[in-house]
Design a protein around this ligand. Structure first.
Ligand code: ATP
Ligand code: FE2
Length: 343
């Protein structure tokens, strides 16, 4: 069985084809970048419209001849994300599913980030640390009783999360302030390598929940008051310190989750998990407590069509109800609102 999946929730328009054994036949994408500003929804919509058909053509071509006739299902990231982009993506996917006469599955973008991590790392029963632009969450899977008395489906339970902005949003805003463009995570890291002095910044954690907006405000105030003549602190020191504080916070929250739920695997998910600093910190933390830190390749961490296509296969195999013609985008769809029908 083959599933063609589309990712469209934010900066990236991606498409991929995967078979039911989990082999990717192709995966292509186009990602919005900006030198001066962040993600302006109107500009990103124009970007998606301009690139969608070329991305689809490349995905079909790379998967081999006559692949269109072999597609059994289509999967679309139905949410969470930017409403206009979700709506546009859903229209494209609906039209294609109609034309090919195959079922269309609505996939939760957050759950897709987790499922691709579970698959690629062969994880059994991990704690997930999902760190991206819009999200910062710790999750575990809770198995329901399926067809049992209460007919309770399995779910991803969010055991900790940011109470304000996502950690990637913190990195992107901070990078923008320093004039580093979007996405901000990679250039902020490059700058941080030149940092030598640690600058105290607020570290805010309560149990498994974290907050980043106070950290951003402190970073901004400190940056705006750097006096190059008198001050030994340079932007690189601030970039270094911001990363240290933010990544230590999520690392502490993840350790608490591992301990509390007695798990011995931590799977990193989402674009910010590409950070070498975060990977190193979580690896050391896991090693010290005899747990495994697992992280898929970067191409499966930042938004991609492959994770949506793979979740489409899971949905198809688990008997998830396909979307009807009146399906709507779900901009605020949380991971714990998804009935997980696959094993
Ligand atoms: P979500 O809806 O899951 O929140 P998203 O739109 O934020 O998705 P992702 O691709 O999952 O998209 O994550 C993007 C974030 O990852 C951005 O904030 C970006 O700066 C950050 N990022 C990407 N690469 C790196 C890196 N190497 N180091 C740190 N952060 C990174
Ligand atoms: Fe994402």
């Amino acid at each position: 069985m083959l599933c063609l999946g589309f990712e469209c929730t934010a900066h990236t328009f991606g498409a991929a084809i995967v078979d039911s054994s989990g082999r990717f036949l192709s995966s292509e994408k186009a990602s919005f970048i900006s030198t001066g500003k962040g993600m302006v929804p109107r500009e990103v919509l124009t970007f998606h419209k301009a690139h969608a058909s070329a991305v689809l053509d490349r995905t079909l071509a790379a998967a081999g001849p006559d692949v269109v006739e072999k597609i059994d299902a289509i999967a679309i990231s139905q949410g969470p994300g930017i409403g206009t982009l979700l709506h546009e993506g859903l229209q494209t996917a609906c039209t294609l599913a109609d034309t090919l006469d195959v079922p269309l599955f609505g996939i939760n973008h957050a759950v897709a980030h987790l499922e691709i991590g579970r698959k690629e790392c062969s994880a059994k029963d991990p704690v997930y640390l999902y760190v991206s632009g819009g999200n910062t969450q710790l999750l575990i899977r809770e198995d329901g009783d399926g067809q049992g008395e209460k007919n309770r489906a399995s779910r991803y339970h969010i055991v900790g999360e940011t109470l304000d902005i996502g950690i990637g949003n913190l990195l992107d805003k901070s990078a923008r302030l320093l004039g580093l463009g979007f996405p901000g995570g990679p250039p902020l890291y490059e700058l941080s390598l030149k940092g030598k002095n640690f600058v105290e910044l607020p570290y805010t954690i309560k149990g498994m929940d974290v907050c980043f907006s106070g950290l951003y405000t402190a970073f901004k105030n400190r940056f705006e008051h750097v006096d190059p003549k008198k001050d030994a602190v340079v932007p690189a020191d601030l970039a270094f310190s911001l990363q240290e504080v933010a990544f230590d916070m999520v690392c502490e929250a993840a350790e608490r989750a591992l301990s509390h739920f007695e798990k011995d695997e931590l799977v990193l998910a989402g674009g910010v998990a590409c950070s070498k600093v975060l990977q190193e910190k979580t690896k050391i933390m896991c090693q010290e407590r005899g747990a495994k830190m697992l992280v898929p390749e970067n191409k499966f961490l930042t938004d991609n069509g492959a994770m949506i296509a793979w979740n489409g296969i899971l949905a198809l195999q688990g008997g998830q109800k396909p979307l009807g013609p009146d399906a709507k985008a779900k901009p605020d769809w949380r991971a714990d609102d998804v009935a997980v029908v696959w094993p």
